[in-house]
Design a protein around this ligand. Sequence first.
Ligand code: NAP
Length: 243
Amino acid sequence: MILAGATAVVTGGAVRIGREIGRHLAKAGVNVCVHYNSSNTEVAEAVEEFQAFGVRATSISADLSLPVTAAKEIFDHANQALGTVSVLINSAAIFETGRLADTSEADWDRHFNINLKAPFFLTQSFADQLGDQDGHVINIVDWRGEKPIPGHAAYTVSKAGLVAQTKLLAQELGPGIQVNGIAPGAILAASGESEDDFQRRAKLNPLKRTGSAADIAEAAIYLLKSEFITGEIMNVTGGQQLS
Ligand SMILES: NC(=O)c1ccc[n+]([C@@H]2O[C@H](COP(=O)([O-])OP(=O)(O)OC[C@H]3O[C@@H](n4cnc5c(N)ncnc54)[C@H](OP(=O)(O)O)[C@@H]3O)[C@@H](O)[C@H]2O)c1
């Protein structure tokens, strides 16, 4: 795909990994609709920062725990503000601890709505507004989605679903739309995780270091530029999925 002049929606694009992906897209000449939930201050900074690269940028707040309503709101706004969207980055997610015994139905539903059902209906809205034009979806998954380990039950199963969804929709939406996933490893400390614990976790991968949000954004740019990759999950983990 030729990036300059394209238009993207980035969910969870105000902060952290989503923000870095938006920054790389804007630098590459892509107009960006930044979706956010509660990061009001950061989203205003993100829009200003992206516009400074000479692209158009806008923002829309929507709660992805109401996936169908949110998908409609996001694409209504993006289409009205920026025109047809040809890139969808599903980055927004929640990540909470829990095992079988202490996961409530509400925990399960929250993870599945935000992490899996929202990307599904966002992709539906994305494909609808694209018609027969070409496009690209990137789902930010997790290496745990293909190599589950106990500790984050609802999160891990929701990300495993998103891996399956990526491979399924790559088949349904070809030849016009490519659908790929990026599986980050230890990139940024989770909310409530100390820097020491994060660094200890990073030592579990063969490269024995953390990655950066830029590593994920660069992988996204690589996939978006590719013309012959679809249904692929790219691990950006320092090899953590091998351990
Ligand atoms: N950080 C890592 O090292 C790592 C590792 C593996 C996988 N990942 C995956 O990479 C992606 C980005 O990770 P991150 O750590 O940068 O993300 P994050 O900070 O945990 O969250 C990303 C965004 O999700 C949005 N969000 C949360 N609940 C929402 C809701 N109900 N409705 C709408 N948006 C909601 C938040 O938006 P607001 O801020 O606007 O509220 C938040 O900014 C996620 O999919 C994550 O699972 C990250």
